[in-house]
Write a protein that binds this ligand. Structure first.
Ligand code: FAD
Ligand code: NAP
Length: 336
């Protein structure tokens, strides 16, 4: 059923006010294809869990909420399982399902908001693991032809918070389902990132299970990141810039504390949070738009901020960081 003038406030984790001219929720592939076939001239905006968008205005045309559900084992061996998950499933529910079944591979990605179908868009990642590490393939519908096409890992061209769906094929496909290749035995744990090891050892765990790792990640995340249900936000607002080693070395002359991470291809990743904090923005607040006091990469809505106000704050951060460090931060969040 198409609903006119639908408020999107409950459909974006920033919690900003915005209205969709029309809104429709889609529950299966047949319905999805029929919808695109019947609406060739209208502007259609695809919506998942709304945790990686900033709505700076009302949306004209149709907002299409993806609500395809289902989790199924499609292939299995004694060592591995391939799980097919429909696009509308909540990502964290999928992680919890895998922990219950003892399927390993996505435990470090616990508590990331959003839906399964969006996970390939920016190759979600956290604590040293990215979706691409467990990604087998996905099926996406070509918006123009309504054909369902198969994408393997190579076709997705995954990069650091990037994929073909965010670049060359932006707005051309709707991801319908994703297959994950997970371990059933001999789980390969990633523990070297951040404080995972410290948290595990503080709990007296020296031989962790995937459930222990997920619990450690959840506890770290809850201690550092604002819960969107309490304080509106979309996670990291900007991507961590990746710059030439030579440029990083030059910056280190003036900023010896500048943290850098080698990306393995002669470049260096710089934590955007450090740049924002050093530019003086950590905890900054302008009206109800602000920069989180514990994590400078997260912009927050203290209540009544509009998307446009948050975007203005983001732009002032971009300008100040560029002036000070010569690096233009690029939004990770999708701006509408
Ligand atoms: P939405 O915000 O609904 O959509 C994002 C974009 O994808 C939009 O452009 C939309 O049109 C498009 N889209 C949505 N569904 C589909 C589909 N099925 N097919 C095609 N296009 C689609 N991200 C990380 O990578 N790592 C983290 O650790 C992380 N932590 C976060 C913590 C918090 C507190 C928050 C609020 C966000 C965090 N994020 C993180 C960002 C976000 O959760 C992820 O990017 C997530 O995958 C977004 O999913 P979503 O369904 O909410 O996407
Ligand atoms: P953190 O652990 O304080 O680290 C700060 C930054 O340094 C991160 O951006 C991280 O890059 C980088 N970093 C830290 N240790 C690293 C290592 N060993 N190798 C390479 N890079 C390293 O970060 P945080 O803010 O608390 O977030 C923890 C994890 O959750 C991070 O992986 C982060 O990406 C993820 N997260 C993502 C979002 C989002 O919306 N995208 C929101 C919250 C948290 P990476 O970002 O590349 O990991």
């Amino acid at each position: 059923m198409i609903q006119p003038n639908k408020s999107l406030q409950a459909y974006n984790t920033f919690g900003v006010a915005s209205t969709a001219e029309f809104f429709v929720e889609i529950f299966d592939r047949v319905e999805l294809a029929a919808f695109f076939k019947a609406h060739t001239t209208e502007q259609i905006t695809v919506l998942g869990g709304g945790s990686n968008i900033l709505l700076t205005q009302n949306l004209s045309g149709i907002v299409l909420k993806i609500s395809l559900t289902g989790i199924e084992v499609v292939e299995e061996s004694p060592q591995e399982v391939i799980l097919e998950v429909q696009a509308g499933e909540s990502w964290h529910d999928v992680v919890s399902y895998c922990l219950d079944q003892d399927y390993g591979g996505i435990e470090n990605l616990a508590l990331i908001p959003g839906q399964m179908g969006t996970a390939p868009m920016q190759n979600i990642g956290a604590y040293g693991v990215e979706l691409k590490d467990v990604f087998d393939s996905c099926v996406a519908m070509n918006r123009e032809t309504q054909e369902f096409e198969y994408f393997d890992r190579e076709a997705c061209a995954f990069g650091y918070r990037e994929s073909v769906f965010k670049q060359k094929l932006k707005n051309k496909y709707v991801i319908c389902s994703v297959r994950l290749r997970l371990t059933k035995t001999n789980h390969r744990l990633t523990l070297d990132y951040g404080s995972i090891k410290d948290v595990l050892s503080q709990s007296g765990i020296d031989n962790p299970s995937i459930r222990d790792v997920a619990a450690a990640v959840i506890s770290i995340r809850q201690s550092k990141l604002p819960d969107p249900k309490i304080l509106g936000n979309s996670g990291s607002f900007f991507k961590n810039p990746i710059i030439a080693k030579k440029t990083a070395d030059q910056l280190k002359v003036n900023y010896p504390q500048l943290p850098t991470y080698d990306t393995g291809d002669g470049q260096q990743k710089i934590p955007a949070a450090w740049l924002i904090e050093t530019a003086g923005y950590k905890g900054f607040r302008q009206g109800d738009a602000g920069v989180h006091k514990h994590q400078a990469l997260v912009l927050v809505n203290y209540g009544q901020a509009t998307g446009a106000e948050i975007w203005r704050l983001a732009q002032s951060i971009q300008d100040k960081v560029e002036k000070e460090f010569g690096i233009r931060l690029m939004p990770e969040v999708n701006i509408y």
